[in-house]
Design a protein around this ligand. Structure first.
Ligand SMILES: *Cc1c(COP(=O)(O)O)cnc(C)c1O
Length: 357
């Protein structure tokens, strides 16, 4: 099935592109949006027309489900441009499948690959000038779905909107961050929604993250809700630890989001012959390793920044600084360079992850 076989497919182009007013060199992440967006509504048990139209405000009933009961999920992905001006997606079907997993858990309808992946490609064709080439440049893609049925009856919505918006993004080297290990608050719990990209997961993180920031740390390392000892995620990223020359990350679970960056880094690390272990790691492992001088690196992994290095962590009011590591000795730097190289086609994609639009 292709988009063209969906009868009601429409494109309404903007009368005047905003692109000349954008300072791509200095754009702040997530603040500027491209000329067009994709919109599709679900009603009477089926998805309807796919509309691509100028980006702009929308109208909803104040009683819409999303405003009261929070049926809202999203995805985060990027498009890259190579030196030949071709535009590439990175493992887009992983995001589509994860979107549907999130939808299932939030009692929202599944969306077909044609509307999600082919719809996205059509939108990107139209806004391809918004994908800048050069190292660190990308177009951030934000697909999302919300419950739109009016009425404050507490139950799942019967009407939904699926939408994709695009935002130019530049990854700067923002320096290493200090983190605080969560001892009281939780991001996720067994049986909960931690493995989904539902909006509420983020809302629930803002307050504990604000407290950590007030204490001088930029992010929180989330621990398991039952014992607060297992190290599970770093802010909104998956988290990796390097002890001696072993790279460790927790296995995915109901509490941990199955990140595309995480699984790609694991494959790259293995292909480079690194010692990789997917296993639960607890605070005491970390304290012991740092005491022995064996803790070399900690980093977060996610689409927005690819890899974010962590320079130290606080636990029980004590701060532990990691030793300095030169870029040429760092796993984080090597993995980031390799992944970004594959994404931008500077390095051969032996994994078959990239897809031309
Ligand atoms: C989105 C997200 C990630 C990273 O997933 P990617 O697919 O690598 O972008 C990790 N943890 C949480 C909680 C997330 O929401």
């Amino acid at each position: 099935m292709s988009l063209q076989t969906i009868n009601d497919f429409s494109i309404q182009k903007t009368e005047k592109s905003k692109i000349d007013s954008i300072d791509f060199e200095n754009v702040k992440f997530g603040t500027v949006f491209s000329d067009h967006m994709l919109v599709c509504h679900y009603k009477d048990g089926a998805w309807g027309q796919v509309e691509i139209k100028p980006y702009g405000p929308m109208q909803f009933e104040p009683s819409s489900n999303v405003f009261h009961y929070g049926q809202a999920i999203f995805e985060g992905m990027k498009a890259y441009k190579d030196d030949n001006d071709d535009v590439w997606l990175f493992r887009p079907r992983e995001n589509w499948e994860r979107f549907n997993k999130s939808a299932e858990r939030l009692a929202m309808p599944q969306i077909d690959e044609t509307r999600f992946v082919d719809g996205l490609k059509t939108l990107l064709q139209l806004d391809r000038d918004w994908v800048q080439k050069g190292k660190g440049n990308a177009l951030y893609i934000r697909p999302f779905m919300i419950g739109t049925h009016p009425g404050v009856v507490a139950g799942p919505s019967s009407e939904f909107m699926f939408c994709i918006i695009l935002s130019p993004a530049r990854t700067y080297y923002s320096g290493k961050v200090k983190v605080q290990i969560a001892e009281h608050y939780s991001r996720a719990a067994n049986g909960g929604v931690g493995y989904t990209k539902c909006s509420g997961n983020y809302a629930g993180q803002f307050y504990p993250t604000k407290l950590a920031q007030e204490a001088g740390y930029q992010q929180v390392i989330w621990t398991d809700d039952a014992t607060h000892t297992k190290l599970e995620e770093a802010g909104t990223m998956n988290v990796f630890f390097r002890i001696n020359d072993t790279l460790i990350t927790a296995p995915t679970s109901e509490r941990i989001l199955d990140g595309v960056t995480r699984k790609s880094l694991l494959d790259i690390a293995k292909s480079k012959g690194l010692d990789v272990q997917v296993k639960s790691i607890v605070v005491n492992d970390l304290l012991e390793a740092i005491k022995k001088g064996e803790l070399k690196e900690i980093f977060g992994a996610g689409t927005a920044v690819t890899i974010g290095q962590i320079e130290g962590f606080a636990y029980q009011d004590e701060y532990h600084q990691l030793p300095e590591i030169a870029d040429e000795d760092s796993y984080a730097v090597m993995l980031k360079e390799t992944l970004q190289g594959i994404q931008t086609k500077a390095i051969e994609d032996t994994f078959n992850w990239t897809e031309k639009i």
